[in-house]
Design a protein around this ligand. Structure first.
Ligand code: ARG
Ligand code: ZN
Length: 848
């Protein structure tokens, strides 16, 4: 089939498939360039469907033969698959196709990575394996036979039989094709066991390439913790005899929840203290939990269609966030979530790629695995829980699981469970799923004789395809702090439903300070006039850790914005307030490290743009650098004492250890600006773990030092792919603005650079896009370099190309010269012959 013009798919056009599947039998005869896939599928007419067209998806397949009820037939090839005439009664479809895993560089369908076979089917990769109704609402039980000479051959479900040159697997739970998986290769396992709450004994394995066995223990513990947590917190138990995780080097995303056979990007599962930072450990724990939690929220209950992606992703992110909070610190985790939400989702929501959490149309569904679907999707679950309360939340979840087990459902089904449990009408709440854009919440306050009135006005700016916005339900968590610093009104959730609404607190003695949007109770931008003294007061006294941090953040942000605008000197109030928090031994070091963190350059650019000005990346960079220097001087007297208090002689990747290291590393980065690199070099030399080693190297690079250390690092780690990704990334991330593009270009000439491995490509080009002043350097070289490589990568891996093109999504913030240069690059990408559907859709949307 040749490519036709990309077609847009609409939510409103959903119709059920005309046939149900009783069972699927697949046989794989593995061969790197000529794998045979033999399918035998029992279909029956679907009484609920009116459209009886028998269409099977199929892409890049060579059809060898097809049969219906044993009779050879010749199906009609149509765009994206084939059609056939079928009986009006149950029938058996059989087909044999040939595919070529070795040449599959898109990493979708069956492909090869470091000599092993593996699959990635979500969202629509199964159609590259065999002809099939590749849509999530067609669920079936699978039996899989793998024939080949690979030492380990895995698929979903439980092992059935194995013999010379073959194995068979059976998955008793009906599932859609996107959850299918096959892995075969020379793998070794890290085994363990888990006994579920009802006494089922489960075999657990993490499968890795020989040599990586020593990097599995942490992931295995995270898996067991996640299994126990889901039983305790949601009453959800595992449902097979075996659970396998496989680490794969070449992978487009983080990981994939295939039933009983999760496949992970090796960077999201392999961990050791020598090679992984604290942040890596935390992320691995969260992703292992995320994929495991999908077993119920995604697998047992799946999505009716891909527009409902947030049904499984938003909920599962919410679940993994709560798990990580329980494992570590809720306060710290919440601040990290908000940082991430603002950096990725607010950025998306405020640009040309803005879309609702449940989109209404798409060209390529892979382009909708976004921060909006995932992270804003999770925020919606958090708001729902706040509105209905913890008890009703759990009851609603129980009802959802009970009612929809084994089904492919919608957001309406999810919300109905909560309406039925609480008697609430969630119609207005549902707008969170359909309305794109970040709501602005403007607050004003009035004090009158013992009564405090808070008035809020909400508005959401227009987004592509949505010019008018309706008021949303916004849970606003508020607490009041009295003048002496004591909390006089504990956290109360105000439920805003109107465009403008007032709430009063009466019977108050003296005028309190309101702490508003505690725990970041809704994904909105709060606009509230507040002076530095009030912020410093809340920074010192607020009982809500998120708001406490937020006050510090606002102080530093305003300081930076003023420095950028008129080269103002940093305000003493703010510097002192930060120092007080920093040295407060009653506060968690991890929290103090977060308070010391400055807003990113990208965040500042957006803030300046929102205020109606044009951000100048070079000025932003210079101001931030200057404030770091001022902070370093202001805090220099506390470095020695604090540094000693924060020693962690034994590396344990838990909340306590990682918090202490985070603060120590933040201080080290500042100290390095003053001591010529002495302290950082000393830590680099004695580091016995990647957190210390990486942080000391980064401190040096950020101060324009570290060239010897970068060489030493390469020599030490040249045989470790994941550590080498860090080596590539750090050099670009910390390159001076005028060196970022040339550094990235030079690294693409390094023998270990390969465009085919997404982790390596992202290490260099993700870092380039993330180096704000470097990416937006006035000569436009970074824009050109990225575009050139995206054009090359599109031929190899459209999914990763499309995703990385998001680097340009903020282009309209900048001046006419930069806009012109970016437009030229975007148009150059778009003019590339045979550009993929993925990249075409993204670049078109960015340009519009
Ligand atoms: N469901 C996976 C997860 O959330 C993401 C896989 C998406 N893959 C893709 N190619 N779109 O963990
Ligand atoms: Zn997920």
């Amino acid at each position: 089939m040749k490519d036709a013009a990309p077609e847009t798919i609409y939510l409103k056009d959903y119709t059920p498939f005309g046939y149900k599947i009783e069972s699927v039998h697949l046989t794989f005869r593995l061969h790197p360039t000529a794998t045979r896939v033999i399918s035998k599928i029992a279909f029956a007419p679907n009484p609920e469907a009116t459209d009886k067209r028998f269409f099977l998806h199929g892409e890049e397949l060579s059809l060898i033969s097809a049969r219906i009820n044993g009779e050879t037939i010749t199906p009609r090839p149509v765009e994206g698959g084939l059609e056939a005439d079928v009986p009006e009664v149950p029938f058996v479809w059989e087909a044999e196709v040939e595919i070529s895993p070795e040449t599959n560089t898109a990493l979708e369908g069956l492909y090869m990575s470091s000599g092993m076979y593996c699959t990635q089917c979500e969202a629509e990769g199964f159609r590259k394996i065999t002809y099939y109704p590749d849509r999530p609402d067609v669920m079936a039980t699978f039996t899989v036979r793998i024939e080949g000479d690979q030492p380990v051959m895995l698929s979903n479900g439980n092992p059935l039989t194995a013999g010379e040159g073959f194995v068979e697997w059976h998955d008793p739970w009906p599932k859609p094709s996107y959850l299918f998986a096959l892995v075969a290769g020379n793998l070794v396992n890290h085994p363990d066991r888990f006994t579920t709450q009802s006494g089922r004994d489960v075999e657990l394995n993490i499968w890795v390439r020989p040599g990586d066995e020593g990097k599995c223990a942490f992931g295995m513990q995270a898996l067991k913790d996640a299994m126990a947590w889901d039983e305790k917190t949601y009453g959800r138990e595992y449902d097979l005899d075996i659970f396998n995780i496989v680490a794969v080097d070449d992978f487009n995303m983080g990981a994939m929840e295939n039933k009983g056979l999760n496949v992970f990007n090796s960077s999201c599962v392999l961990a050791s203290k020598e090679t992984s930072t604290d942040a890596n450990f935390e992320r691995i724990e969260g992703i292992i939990a995320h994929e495991y939690f999908h077993n119920w929220t995604g697998n047992r209950i799946t999505c009716r269609d891909w527009f409902q992606l947030c049904l499984k992703e938003g909920l599962t992110v919410y679940r993994d966030q709560m798990f990580s909070g329980d494992m570590r610190s809720h306060a710290v985790k919440r601040i990290e979530e908000v940082l991430q939400l603002r950096a990725r989702q607010f950025r998306e929501d405020n640009g040309p790629l803005a879309h609702p959490v449940r989109p209404e149309s798409f060209v390529e569904i892979n382009n909708f695995y976004t921060a909006t679907v995932y992270e804003k999707g999770a925020e919606i679950i958090g708001m729902l829980r706040r509105l209905v309360g913890d008890e009703a939340y759990r009851k609603g979840c129980d009802l959802y699981f009970e009612r929809h087990d084994g089904q492919a459902v919608t957001i309406e089904d999810w919300l109905k469970a909560f309406e039925d449990v609480t008697g609430r009408d969630l119609a207005q709440f549902k707008q969170w799923y359909s309305q794109a854009g970040t709501p602005r919440l403007k607050m004003s306050e009035e004090w009158n004789d013992g009564t405090l009135t808070l008035t809020f006005a909400q508005s959401t700016p227009p987004t592509p395809g949505q010019s008018e916005k309706k008021p949303q339900v916004i849970p606003i968590a508020v607490g009041l702090i009295g003048p002496n610093g004591d909390e006089v009104v504990p956290t109360t959730v105000l439920e805003m439903t109107e465009a403008e609404q007032s709430f009063t607190f009466d019977g108050l003695g003296a005028r309190p300070v309101a702490s508003v949007l505690r725990d970041f109770s809704a994904p909105v931008i709060l606009d509230r006039a507040m002076d530095d003294d009030t912020r410093a007061f809340l920074l010192a006294h607020d009982t809500d850790p998120f708001q406490k941090w937020e006050m510090g953040r606002m102080l530093t942000k305003d300081m930076l914005v003023a420095m950028i605008a008129d080269d103002a000197a940093p305000a003493e109030t703010a510097l002192d307030a930060i120092k007080t928090v920093l040295t407060d031994e009653n506060l968690d070091p991890a929290f103090r490290a977060l308070v010391l963190g400055l807003p990113s350059e990208d965040d500042l650019a957006q803030t300046i743009f929102d205020a109606g000005q044009t951000p100048d990346p070079a000025k932003i960079h210079a101001a931030r650098k200057s404030l770091r220097h001022t902070l370093a001087i202001h805090l220099s007297d506390v470095f020695p004492t604090l540094g000693r208090q924060l020693e962690t002689p034994v590396f344990v990747p838990d909340a306590d250890g990682s918090g202490k290291r985070a603060l120590r590393h933040a201080l080290l980065a500042l100290e390095t600006l003053l001591d010529g690199g002495k302290a950082a070099r000393a830590l680099f030399a004695r580091a016995d773990n990647m957190s210390d080693q990486g942080a000391s190297l980064q401190a040096l690079l950020a101060a324009g030092l570290g060239q010897d250390e970068i060489k030493a690092f390469e020599k030490q780690w040249e045989n470790d792919r994941l550590v080498m990704d860090k080596w590539f990334m750090m050099q670009v991330s910390f390159a001076a603005p005028d060196k970022a593009a040339s550094t990235a270009l030079a690294l693409t000439q390094h023998p270990d650079f390969t465009i085919k491995n997404p982790n390596r490509f992202r290490a260099v080009f993700g870092a380039l896009a993330g180096n704000h002043a470097g990416f937006h350097a006035a000569d436009g070289k970074a824009y050109q370099l990225l575009a050139t490589h995206l054009i090359q990568l599109d031929k190899i891996n459209p999914q990763t190309t499309a995703r990385m093109s998001g680097a340009f999504e903020t282009w309209k913030r900048y001046d006419a010269d930069r806009q012109g240069m970016i437009r030229t690059e975007l148009e150059r990408i778009l003019a590339t012959p045979d550009l993929s559907r993925d990249t075409t859709e993204m670049v078109t949307r960015i340009l519009s």
